[in-house]
Ligand binder design. Structure first.
Ligand code: FMN
Length: 169
């Protein structure tokens, strides 16, 4: 798919079919994560692949929406801040690194016909417990991964004139 078409096609899917995700498609999504750029190439992230079947109630402790555990798979993008590059003033870039990884996966999923939805409004304590995360590994975002059972809505976006400044604010 052309990139311009791909970024128009991606939308937040909030209803999923029960259809299985083919292993080769999952691997394409994970490979897109692996190829993501990270600051100083530290690669301070881990992706957790979660099979939802039979675990729906437990997983909804993480984010209580009917669609959260509806797809056959959930992905959790985690960061490891202590292994992340920091700027000279101390700013740690882990959220940036993990966001790029997440977006690579979301776009790769769109490219192979799968739906996703960024989820950041989850309960981090429940996520830590359900996924057994060790200290130092921070869950940043989740997405279901599966076939969409809903329809894209028109994109509501600000005009470029509001979003872009040339040369100076
Ligand atoms: C960092 C981030 C966090 C988000 N967290 C949630 C969330 O917790 N729950 C949810 O339903 N959507 C979440 N979204 C999806 C946004 O609401 C959605 O991307 C936005 O409304 C634009 O719609 P679109 O993705 O369909 O183009 C999140 C998106 C981003 C980028």
């Amino acid at each position: 798919m052309e990139f311009a078409e791909l970024i128009k096609k991606r939308y937040s899917v909030r209803a999923y079919k029960a259809d299985a995700v083919e292993e080769d498609k999952l691997q394409q999504v994970l490979e897109a994560a692996r190829l993501a750029p990270t600051a100083a190439n530290r690669q301070p992230f881990r992706i957790i692949v979660i099979h939802t079947a039979g675990r729906e109630a437990e997983l909804r402790r993480i984010y209580d929406r009917g669609w959260f555990a509806q797809a056959p798979l959930l992905l959790c993008a985690c960061g490891i801040p202590a292994k992340t590059w920091s700027r000279s003033d101390g700013k740690n870039y882990n959220d940036v690194d993990v966001s790029i990884v997440m977006d690579h996966m979301v776009l790769a999923a769109t490219d192979v016909g799968l739906g996703t939805c960024w989820v950041a409004a989850f309960n981090p304590a429940a996520a830590r417990q359900v996924l057994g995360l060790p200290d130092g590994v921070e869950p940043i975002a989740f997405t279901p991964l599966g076939y969409s059972a809903d329809q894209p809505r028109p994109k509501e976006r600000k005009a470029l004139s509001e979003l872009v400044r040339y040369e100076k604010w």
